[in-house]
Design a protein around this ligand. Structure first.
Ligand code: PEP
Ligand code: MG
Length: 323
């Protein structure tokens, strides 16, 4: 099987009926680029920048960050790179950032919430990203967006830093895309409104599932509720993809679900444009997609969403359609 997959390394991802989808990789550091290239990723769909902060004893400087982002962009050549701004909090701590002890860290002070409250820290990251944008195809995305106000504030800071840099004579990319992660049900429900203002969505199912099902993604006792195939999750995902397409934008997914071989047929059927996963899942997913027709998968997804009551029924339906 490995040999069959290896042959797909330099191929584009095309379904049995000829639709191209983008298979991208999730990375945590520039070192992960080896895996990205060895597995034939067409893009980086999620660069989790918080590791830059976590692997250090103090805030990384603008220059440190610039070097890391530039290395990834240069390493990818023409292929796009989606960089997520810092997502600290929840389960990820920073020794040098004194975060309050909270009853519910996953519902508390994390990600974009910290960034908007600590503008100096956030603007340093934005400047580093903007400077790096001249070295490749950069897409910036903000994590844990719940409201349009948060997105507008974050985007306004980005635009201000861009203007400052341009005035300083620094080269900044002119076709930078700015998007958000869809990880909070409120944003998934209101996707039609967000779609008018963002350039793209990337659905973060790791968090979206835990927040929709109210089941902590780290808690074994409630893991039975952590159900990617629950029709409620599929409906939210469909709402997000449809909203993006209605405005001529693209929708991707960078949660674990994007590389899940049972979910892929459903996501293809829902019209997802980009699938971002751990590099080691890319070739087997490309191989699976070559065997699937988007028309059949659209019928599958439609049935899953409208006729299935439970996650188990959805799984059985996928098996029937893909056997
Ligand atoms: C997600 O929530 O699906 C996601 C990709 O982000 P993280 O796993 O880093 O929270
Ligand atoms: Mg997340």
């Amino acid at each position: 099987q490995r040999a069959e997959w290896d042959k797909l390394k330099n191929e584009e991802t095309v379904t049995a009926d000829g639709k191209h989808v983008e298979l991208a990789a999730n990375i945590g550091t520039p070192k992960d680029l080896d895996g990205v290239n060895n597995n034939g990723a067409e893009a980086v769909g999620l660069y989790r920048t918080e590791f830059l902060y976590m692997d250090s004893n103090e805030f990384p400087t603008e220059e440190d960050q610039f070097q890391a982002y530039k290395a990834v962009l240069e390493g990818m050549g023409d292929r796009p790179v989606v960089v997520r701004t810092m997502d600290i909090g929840g389960d990820k701590e920073l020794p040098y950032l004194d975060l309050p002890k909270e009853m519910n860290p996953f519902l508390g002070y994390r990600a974009i919430r910290i960034c908007l409250a600590e503008p100096d820290m956030f603007r340093t990251q934005l400047r580093a990203l903007l400077r790096a944008s001249a070295y490749g195809t950069l897409r910036i995305m903000f994590p844990m967006i719940a409201t349009l106000k948060e997105f507008r504030e974050a985007k306004a800071m980005l635009m201000e830093e861009k203007e400052k840099l341009v005035n300083e004579g620094v080269e900044v990319s002119e076709d930078l895309q700015i998007g958000i992660m869809i990880e909070i049900p409120a944003a998934a429900v209101l996707a039609d409104k967000f779609a008018k203002e963002v350039d793209f969505f990337s659905i973060g199912t790791n968090d979206l599932i835990q927040y929709t099902m109210a089941a902590d993604r780290m808690n074994q006792q409630v893991s039975y509720l952590y159900q990617p195939y629950n029709p409620s999750i599929l409906r939210l995902v469909k709402n997000v993809i449809d909203a993006a397409h209605h405005e001529g934008k693209w929708a991707g997914m960078c949660g674990e679900m994007a590389g899940d071989q049972t979910a892929v047929p459903l996501l293809l059927g829902l019209g997802l444009d980009e699938f971002s996963m751990s590099a080691s899942s890319i070739l087997k997913t490309r191989s699976l997609m070559k065997r699937l027709s988007t028309k059949d998968m659209a019928e599958l997804a439609d049935k899953a969403i409208n006729e299935c009551d439970t996650a188990d029924e959805v799984v059985a339906l996928v098996e029937e359609y893909t056997k």
